[in-house]
Design a protein around this ligand. Sequence first.
Ligand SMILES: CC(=O)SCCNC(=O)CCNC(=O)[C@H](O)C(C)(C)COP(=O)(O)OP(=O)(O)OC[C@H]1O[C@@H](n2cnc3c(N)ncnc32)[C@H](O)[C@@H]1OP(=O)(O)O
Length: 471
Amino acid sequence: MSFEPRSIPIDPDAKAALAAKGLDYRLIDPADLDALDGWIDADHRGFHHARPRDPGRAYDRAVMAERRVHGVYDDAVPEPRVPVATVSSWPTGLSVPGGRSLDGWAVSSVTVSPTHRRRGIARALMEAELATAKRAGAAVAMLTATEATIYGRFGYAPAAKAVTVEVDRRRAHWVGPEAPGRVHYVEPATLRDQAPAISRRAVARTPGEIDRWPGVLDRMLGLVDPDSDASRALRALRYDDEHGQPQGFATFRVTREPNRPGWVEFDVLAAATDDAERALWRVLVEQDFVTGVRGLLRSTDEPLEWLLEDPRAVTVSEVTDHLWVRVVDPAAALGARRYGAAGELVLEIDDPLGYAAGRYTLLASADGRAVVHSPRPDGDGDDGAPKRERSRARSADAESVPSRGARAAARAAEPRSIRLDVRDLASIYLGGVRPSVLARAGRVVEASPGALQLADRMFASPRTPHLSIWF
Ligand SMILES: CC(=O)SCCNC(=O)CCNC(=O)[C@H](O)C(C)(C)COP(=O)(O)OP(=O)(O)OC[C@H]1O[C@@H](n2cnc3c(N)ncnc32)[C@H](O)[C@@H]1OP(=O)(O)O
């Protein structure tokens, strides 16, 4: 999905709702630098950051020029050029199981000034973003959240987790295979040309990752403000495969007191291959004169403990809901991913805001591809599934049914169905949690026997979903 995000008109409902509170909801023209700088100041203040200065401000201006940036203005404040609320958004791909990229709508920079909080400003902004996502043709909206209690009311739910991984250096004895390629130290600036392609491939193979926006790799590589202390402390590693092709990179810092062993800290490890992932981990954990290694925003499913003689050298903490997803077009979202098992499953989705409500029939074949049928607009109850697709999916699904009689019964039966809220759909969508776990929590309801077991098998993802950046 690539288009000018500012081409969509401003949401009239939010404009009217905020005008009724004496506030002006505006879409900012990035060429109006005074307005953009006021917005950037409000965004920094809203997240309790220090006032921005160059070159960070120049970076923010460049990033926001690619986005849809809204501010909410109150003429009664002493500095009316600084908005009392902010939000930014942009179209971007979300990797889904099977390797495809789903059209998504990323939402970020949601702040409301403490002087204007709890008057429904964030609600107006968030509802407008959903309407805009729908107009943009996105299948999902998505965000990363400061607090886990804010976004459920708008239909978002955790879809991919992230963890902090710590490794005790003294116990980190490598027993994993040798990678066929080599890891090199490189200057971060030399990665500028290679990082985007490696990163694209790493994103594509991991459900839950979103496309990297222009400029973010410069920030990761410390190139936005290369003379700052933080950037100068950054070291970069690159893995080249046995043919000399770059397949992964990582950046890290060592924090230490004088004459004391330090800690290796990193939050960037992008690997397009398993060899690259292993080799980079190895160099990170096998450093001398360090106490340990701390990797931030890592997967819940890192292979690391299986690569060390002592798996207890690895500890996992700060397990967080990281990627939040809100399904706005279930047919497009469900049709984009591959499924872990063939079958026919009906999803009866409840959505208080209406976007995803309805009955969706998911027909997955043995190769994992699926077609999705939703009710016809005339509401005659026929899901419109072509008979040929239905019988193919059913017969593949019936392979596990033992007897001929049972197979016939299964074929004659109504398709299996589950009932769930749009938030639960978001949580099972990438395979981050099994539908049966949400059923145990009293959220997903098995509407016909065997439906949960089928749903568990279908929604399973061969690779655990993971998002390794904040956005
Ligand atoms: C995607 C991102 O950008 S994540 C970043 C979120 N922003 C921050 O954390 C910055 C600091 N916080 C803030 O700026 C504000 O507190 C915001 C943006 C979270 C909320 O703004 P407000 O305008 O006060 O929210 P608003 O009045 O519209 O509240 C809407 C609903 O959310 C609830 N709510 C708002 N903030 C919170 C919160 N921090 N925790 C729990 N519930 C909240 C309100 O109670 C209200 O509930 P209801 O309508 O169901 O009764």
